[in-house]
Design a protein around this ligand. Structure first.
Ligand SMILES: *C/C=C(C)/C=C/C=C(C)/C=C/C1=C(C)CCCC1(C)C
Length: 243
């Protein structure tokens, strides 16, 4: 455990942003009675709750550790990975449920995702040599690229069977997810974990803005239209009652 430096300002903003997002989603889903729509709220509320707790842990120095690589001491916020390990599968679940993906598709997405975060953590904590850290980064990034390829392919197949407004929303969320998620390995690579071009202060700011967009922004786009969620959940009810 080490005290966080000047970057803690971004971690407090992250804590506040995630908490406000969570409160907003709780309030806007409060009177919902449809269990299928409720599920989207429950998942999205958990995403922001986990992230708020993780940001609080980082801001107060609990989520921070110091490791030594090639004679240099690095501040590593390990709590990020604990957060991402749970929140990224939940984000994929939100999108997969909206697109009515089958179980195998969901398991494959979650499996690739957990592998990606776990190997990313390997890269953050490996101390033997910088080249090994970068190798972990390469493995994790390969998993991300495969995950995104698989996601696009699966959603493309599914979108034909969805009402137009639902497939538009799936598409929008998918594009948002791709753009934001691809930025993570870039920030990591140029940041303190990788090549050390971007100082910890700005790296922390970049991850905070990405996290807020990928969680609160994503949740907002997903949940803002009840009529689309109605259409998304209606088809399953129609299917369930079909002979
Ligand atoms: C809310 C948090 C989100 C959406 C986090 C997403 C994180 C990633 C897509 C991280 C990917 C990484 C790699 C592909 C390479 C190595 C390091 C990581 C973990 C930053």
């Amino acid at each position: 455990m080490a005290p966080p430096g000047a970057e803690s300002i971004w971690l407090w903003i992250g804590t506040l942003g995630m908490t406000l997002g969570m409160v907003y989603f709780i309030a806007s889903g409060w009177n919902l009675r449809d269990p299928e729509q409720e599920l989207f709220y429950v998942i999205t509320i958990f995403i922001t709750a986990i992230a708020a707790a993780s940001y609080f842990a980082m801001a107060t120095g609990f989520g921070l550790t110091e490791i030594e690589v090639a004679g240099e001491t690095l501040d590593i916020y390990w709590a990020r990975y604990a957060d991402w390990l749970f929140t990224t599968p939940l984000l994929l679940l939100d999108l997969a449920l909206l697109a009515r993906a089958d179980r195998n598709t969901i398991y494959t997405l979650v499996g690739l995702d957990v592998f990606m975060i776990a190997t990313g953590l390997g890269g953050a904590l490996a101390t033997a040599a910088v080249v090994f850290r970068l190798t972990w980064w390469g493995i994790s990034t390969a998993a991300l690229l495969f995950l995104l390829y698989f996601l696009v392919r699966s959603l493309d197949e599914l979108s034909g069977g969805l009402p137009a407004e639902v497939s538009t929303l799936v598409n929008r969320l998918q594009n948002l997810l791709i753009v934001l998620w691809i930025a993570y390995p870039v920030v990591w690579l140029v940041g303190t974990e990788g090549l050390g071009i971007l100082p910890l202060y700005w790296e922390t700011a970049a991850f905070m803005m990405l996290d807020l967009s990928a969680k609160v922004g994503f949740g907002f786009v997903l949940l803002r239209s009840h009529s689309v969620l109605d259409a998304a959940t209606d088809i399953s009810r129609a299917r369930a009652t079909a002979p």
